[in-house]
Design a protein around this ligand. Structure first.
Ligand SMILES: [Zn+2]
Ligand SMILES: [Zn+2]
Ligand SMILES: [Zn+2]
Length: 630
């Protein structure tokens, strides 16, 4: 018995003989019947194509040794010629065919389940469990699932290599924008792609980006540049992904060029891009986005300082805390001169006791001070991208989808697609929630004009400023908060509330980043083509009716009022923008001016809100309660 296992007996069968067929179907029928008569389950193997025409098909018995040992090939010359390559089998031929895996076929419903669950990233083990729950009598193993997945994969590839299938999939749908580059041997060296959901996000939230490379995502060991942004609800969104051949400035320049032309076409370039201290990436950003502020994220700097300097303090926690405290004070100086002075004092304080720690910071980080020091970063919108580890958690999310480091780019891309779509659902749900659920603490007079119109995160941050404005020892305004966050600061609020109880924050006190944009909720409506010169509102009406039934009664009442205004009220009038006081102007408002051409037309609800305001006492226009003549 043991001998037999080491050198399996071979069984020779009668060869089908060298036959010629005119038609592929005739050939197939013949081969299958031949197999059945001989007691073999025959499956179709590899196909070869030349100039897109089918040239040969391999057939094989589904049991026994390696693939090479059990194939039969047919070649197309003039008609199909069937030729046996190997007619020796390492197993006895069956009388009962049920043992063959091809007989352990899944029914259509189960195959559908496998396809759906595979697309959703489920493991074969989980799929087996699900199928057994649905049908306890089902005859299957994990191997059945692997086979079925392989079959699906082969069907999708349809004779193409995975890379050409991937290129087709990216290029032929509206789901993606993509760009790629090939090397001297026509091998792919760079691949850029962005999901259409991400493109929409960039239009709304493209002011600040964060970029970083992650590794071990694919079998070609290509680094993957991940680009993420920040939504108005303070969530991270995936912006785009770029597989790179290497990490030179040259490679990064290609990636930046793709981002610029494919994502920012017609938009203002990003105000801020946060990166690691990577000379190639920083150089590329400088060349392709010369007006963008490229900052180095302090989170990385601090992490590096800890790993390089801490050992220098030999466990003296107090001394180490003092060192970090002084570094922090340096970074958070307000003016460049103050930064330099604080650094000088810092250097002198530790030069004799901890020379290598000081030298490390001096050589590694001080040359880049303008990319992270507050004196320089406080003059533009960066949404705290200086201090958060957003890209790192995005890496983590992506890796939790990719799971293995040995996949093809096509596998990685499919997993990324899944991650982006799931993330988009979360972002969407969060914004929807911000729009209709107003927290009790946000129902205060000052926020009355903006609740439901800016994100809950922005309201919460503003509420903190409202509380700060009431503090006795409020420090003088540096404009730092408003400039970097695009939100009204405590000083602005204090100024507004002085001498009046009727101060309300306005939408324009908030950077557009925080506005809840209607286009987020209405994905299918953008496509509505104007018909006969008029924009078609029917899809909007349908969409609204659909949602109307899901709303609570108070929401339905409110919506009804608004619709009455549109249907029966005075025709909408569009007014000039309000000229704002210079103080508290959100940074980026000049940039917004440039993008005016790409902005959406106001929605019906917005138009309705711009109809003349009525007096609270007599319901007439042209004056308000305070100067009401009636
Ligand atoms: Zn970082
Ligand atoms: Zn202020
Ligand atoms: Zn009145």
């Amino acid at each position: 018995m043991a001998d037999e296992m080491q050198t399996p007996t071979t069984f020779t069968i009668a060869t089908p003989g060298r036959l010629t067929f005119d038609d592929e179907n005739d050939l197939m029928t013949y081969v299958l019947r031949f197999g059945q008569e001989q007691g073999m389950a025959i499956t179709k193997g590899r196909t070869r194509k030349l100039n897109n025409a089918l040239r040969s098909i391999d057939f094989k018995c589904d049991r026994g040794g390696s693939y090479r040992d059990r194939r039969t090939r047919v070649k197309l010359r003039s008609g199909w010629t069937l030729r046996a390559i190997n007619n020796e089998h390492n197993h006895e031929l069956d009388n009962d065919m049920s043992g063959h895996s091809s007989s352990r076929r899944l029914d259509a419903a189960s195959r559908q389940t496998v396809a759906v669950m595979t697309a959703a990233g489920s493991q074969p083990r989980q799929i087996v469990t699900t199928l057994r729950q649905t049908n306890p009598a089902i005859n299957l193993t994990s191997r059945t699932i692997y086979n079925e997945r392989n079959r699906i994969r082969q069907a999708q590839l349809d004779g193409r290599t995975p890379i050409s299938a991937l290129m087709d999939e990216l290029a032929r749908t509206d789901e993606y924008v993509m760009d790629f580059r090939v090397g001297d041997d026509d091998n792919i060296t760079h691949l850029f792609f962005a999901h259409h959901k991400s493109i929409k996000m960039v239009k709304l939230y493209g002011s600040v980006l964060l970029m970083d490379c992650t590794y071990k995502t694919n079998r070609f060991k290509m680094p993957l540049l991940e680009v993420v942004g920040i939504t108005g609800s303070w969530k991270t969104f995936f912006c785009c992904f770029v597989f790179l051949a290497a990490e030179t400035q040259h490679d990064y320049e290609w990636a930046m060029q793709a981002i610029s032309t494919k994502l920012y076409d017609g938009l203002s370039p990003p105000i801020t891009i946060a990166t690691d201290r990577d000379p190639g990436l920083m150089g590329a950003i400088g060349r392709i986005f010369p007006t963008t502020n490229n900052i180095i994220c302090l989170w990385h700097i601090d992490k590096n300082i800890v790993s390089n300097c801490r050992r220098d303090f030999n466990g003296d926690e107090e001394d180490w805390a003092g060192f970090l405290g002084m570094w922090k004070a340096t970074v958070q100086s307000l003016e460049p001169a103050e930064f330099d002075n604080t650094w000088d004092r810092f250097e002198t304080s530790y030069l004799t006791t901890n020379p290598s720690a000081v030298q490390y910071i001096k050589a590694t980080w001080i040359p880049h001070k303008e990319r992270f020091g507050t004196p320089w970063t406080r003059h533009f919108l960066h949404l705290k991208s200086t201090t958060t580890a957003r890209v790192e958690s995005a890496h983590h999310t992506i890796k939790s989808y990719i799971k293995v480091s040995t996949g093809h780019l096509r596998d990685v891309q499919a997993k990324i697609c899944l991650a982006v779509e799931n993330q988009d659902k979360e972002i969407h749900a969060k914004l929807m929630n911000d729009r209709i659920r107003i927290a009790h603490s946000h129902r205060i007079h000052m926020l009355r004009n903006i609740v439901g119109r800016v994100s809950a995160y922005a309201l919460e941050a503003t509420l903190k400023q409202v509380q700060r404005s009431a503090e006795a020892n409020l420090s003088p305004c540096t404009n730092h908060f408003t400039t970097t966050m695009g939100l009204p600061c405590a000083h602005y609020i204090l100024h507004g509330t002085q001498g009046t109880h009727d101060f309300r924050l306005a939408l324009n006190d908030f950077n557009r980043h925080w506005w809840i944009d209607d286009s987020v909720y209405t994905p299918d409506i953008e496509a509505a083509e104007p018909e006969g010169g008029h924009p078609d509102i029917q899809p909007i009406v349908n969409h609204m009716l659909e949602r109307y039934h899901q709303w609570t009664l108070p929401q339905q009442v409110q919506a009804r009022h608004r619709l009455e205004e549109i249907a029966f009220g005075p025709a909408p009038v569009i007014h000039d923008p309000i000229i704002r006081r210079g103080r508290g102007r959100p940074v980026g408002s000049t940039a917004r001016h440039n993008t005016a051409s790409t902005q959406r037309d106001p929605s019906a609800f917005e138009l309705a809100e711009r109809t003349p305001r009525l007096c609270g006492r007599c319901r007439q226009t042209g004056h308000n309660v305070r100067n009401c003549p009636n």
